[in-house]
Design a protein around this ligand. Structure first.
Ligand SMILES: Nc1nc2c(c(=O)[nH]1)N[C@H]1C(S)=C(S)[C@@H](COP(=O)(O)O)O[C@H]1N2
Ligand SMILES: [Mo]
Length: 199
């Protein structure tokens, strides 16, 4: 008789699959938000890139939808130690959004509706490493996971993937965001286990 495992959808844990140090695999999709879920309608949503000289580049929902979409499948790694393999997204690459933005900046501070911020080097948003994502698993991105749209930057711990993203401020000097000011690592590479300042 084959053993039937109840309640399992899709793969079973694969001990041969690579997890970053200290992480475990999860199959659900936990929600981690530092405050209440902002409700932003697609009609009111805008995304603004501001350069170090104050030049603003703005997209509304229609302009975002008119840009070429990509369908990345990526692994997510949260600093609270869960990882989720092979998540399916749709979004616009930051390479497309930043294509015509003239800047000397090396740092980015990402802003969200609701006031959350997170910082990262600008180069970590470029070269196919980051998206403004608006669909998850074939559906519109749910509000609790950052809908209408969130930043997705999966090579860093998931706190860098700002939900309800409203804009990116490009800066010559680095500036810590919400969790980075509270003792979390300024860069947050899961493979080097950069959870906290000094790691
Ligand atoms: N705006 C905003 N973005 C956020 C957060 C938040 O509290 N507010 N939490 C971060 C953290 S700590 C994690 S682990 C992920 C969680 O994303 P999820 O709720 O879709 O799993 O969102 C990140 N982006
Ligand atoms: Mo997190």
């Amino acid at each position: 008789m084959p053993i039937v495992s109840r309640g399992f959808h899709g793969r079973k844990p694969d001990p041969g699959r690579k997890l970053p140090p200290g992480q475990y695999e999860t199959f659900d999709f936990p929600v981690l938000s530092a405050g209440p879920t902002p409700r932003v309608s697609r009609d009111d949503w805008t995304f603004t890139v501001t350069t170090e000289s104050g030049t603003r580049h703005q997209w509304d929902w229609g302009r975002l939808m008119a840009l070429p979409a990509e369908h990345p499948t990526v692994d997510l790694h949260c600093v609270t130690k869960w990882s989720k393999f092979d998540t399916h997204w749709e979004g616009v690459s930051l390479d497309v959004l930043l294509e015509d933005v003239e800047t000397e900046a090396e740092f980015a501070l990402v802003h969200s509706y609701g006031g959350y911020t997170t910082n990262l080097p600008l180069e970590d948003l470029l070269d196919g490493k980051a998206w403004i994502a608006y669909r998850y698993d074939g559906e519109e991105l749910a509000a609790e996971h950052g809908g209408p749209a969130r930043l997705l930057v999966p090579h860093l711990y998931l706190w860098k993937s700002a939900k309800w993203v409203s804009g990116i401020q490009l800066m010559l000097e680095d500036e810590p965001g919400f969790w980075e000011s509270a003792g979390y690592h300024e860069y947050g590479d899961p493979w080097r286990e950069q959870r906290y300042q000094g790691d």
